[in-house]
Design a protein around this ligand. Structure first.
Ligand code: 2AL
Length: 173
């Protein structure tokens, strides 16, 4: 999809295309609709990032809570969204050994108990080793730190999802 076609979408089609660039948070797309026309995919991404940055902490926690665990129950059941399924597969999470799976599951539980929201990382930029290392290291942080780190990861996930929909048209450079 070119950015000019994006700018011509009606609201329903816009939400249909971009409603899940932030997992289960179609409000992010609904909120930026008013900012069209978008100069390019990075402008659209920046508007979504600004919307998330302006959320109160409870809103940011909500965004994180809407993310499925990595290799969690939903993944086991095969009931992740299309995007999450592809991302978790790309990280090689479906090739973890039983011990790795156990470690990730236990650490996910500790993380969620400590912070009240799930561990979120951009799976397409981290292979399973980096994910296992990341969750153990990040468990030592404060809730405030992890809230921001989590949202930064959501922004990375969002950009990759946007680039899968919109052609990154550099011709205007
Ligand atoms: N808890 C998570 O980090 N989930 C995910 N990260 C991704 O990149 N895709 C997911 O489903």
């Amino acid at each position: 999809l070119s950015i000019s076609l994006v700018n011509e979408l009606n609201y329903e089609d816009f939400i249909g295309r971009f409603g899940n660039v932030v997992e289960h948070c179609s409000i992010c797309a609904a909120a930026v609709w008013r900012n069209r026309p978008f100069r390019d995919v990075h402008h659209l991404h920046q508007e979504i990032c600004s919307f998330m940055d302006l959320l109160p902490d409870t809103g940011k926690e909500g965004v994180l809570r809407l993310h499925p665990d990595l290799a969690g129950k939903l993944a086991e059941l095969g009931s992740l969204t299309q995007e999450s399924t592809a991302e978790q597969k790309a990280a090689g999470l479906d090739t973890m050994s039983p011990d790795e799976k156990q470690l990730l599951r236990e650490t996910n539980i500790k993380y969620r108990e400590k912070f009240g929201f799930p561990f979120v990382i951009c799976a397409r930029q981290n292979k399973k080793e980096a994910i296992l290392k990341g969750i153990v290291e990040r468990l030592e942080h404060s809730a405030a730190e992890e809230l921001n780190i989590g949202i930064e990861e959501v922004k990375k996930i969002c950009l990759l999802r946007l680039l899968g929909i919109v052609i990154d048209d550099k011709s205007h450079m």
